[in-house]
Design a binder for this molecule. Structure first.
Ligand SMILES: [Zn+2]
Length: 154
């Protein structure tokens, strides 16, 4: 797989590590991410992204990317979903699915990887392609050697 010119090695995680849920599986969460993508507002990049964040007690928060005329104010789908959930009092998460129209598996940007690490911890990050196929990574795989709150205490 090639992302922005760099070779990235992908591995599918052992399914024993997958989150436990009675009502939600990975495919269902993927479908929710595609549903969230419908609300994306990217008038400049035209790159529509949706995210679906699963809480510890199986609630799902949806997010989409929202672009602004001052480009740096843009927010990604993942962060929209995470900030929505946190603002509703949620603190524990199991997984996030991300969807776009790309033929490649979409992965979180660097900023979102940090936010996922800080607020979600070691969760399943479900990266889809436009056909709904997906690969699952753990947070530590996408952001190895992360800086976090523990480092602030040293
Ligand atoms: Zn992002």
């Amino acid at each position: 797989m090639q992302i922005r010119g760099n070779k990235v090695k992908f591995e599918i995680i052992n399914f024993k590590n997958i989150f436990q849920s009675k009502i939600m599986n990975h495919k269902t969460l993927v479908n929710k991410a595609f549903e969230a993508k419908k609300n994306a507002l990217p008038p400049y990049s035209h790159f529509h992204v949706g995210a679906a964040l699963l809480t510890e007690d199986d609630k799902v928060y949806l997010g989409c990317n929202i672009e602004n005329s001052s480009y740096s104010l843009t927010i990604c789908a993942e962060r929209t979903a995470i900030f929505k959930a946190i603002s509703e009092g949620e603190r524990k998460f199991k997984a996030i699915a991300i969807a776009s129209d790309s033929p490649d598996y979409i992965t979180p940007c660097g900023a979102c990887r940090q936010i996922i690490y800080d607020h979600c911890g070691e969760i399943d990050i479900i990266c889809t392609n436009k056909d709904g196929d997906y690969k699952i990574f753990k947070t530590s795989e996408l952001l190895p050697h992360a800086f976090g709150d523990e480092d602030l205490k040293k």
